[in-house]
Design a protein around this ligand. Structure first.
Ligand SMILES: [Zn+2]
Length: 64
């Protein structure tokens, strides 16, 4: 499995939204450096283990 995977932190957008002063503000996605995707390699998979814990608190569960 080579290639790229969609960045789970921003869902491929390259940026994320945060709520600041009751307004929605777009911020750069640090996880993928605004690319919206990550290289599909061991280093990324290792990082995603930590990221998935972090993200699970940010995004509603879609599958069960
Ligand atoms: Zn991202």
């Amino acid at each position: 499995m080579k290639g790229k995977i969609i960045c789970p932190a921003c869902k491929g957008n390259g940026f994320r939204y945060i709520i600041e002063d009751d307004k929605r503000v777009a911020i750069d996605c640090k996880a993928c450096d605004n690319q919206g995707e990550l290289p599909n390699d061991e280093k990324t998979k290792f990082s995603l283990r930590y990221l998935s814990n972090y993200i699970s608190g940010l995004w509603p569960k879609e599958n069960g």
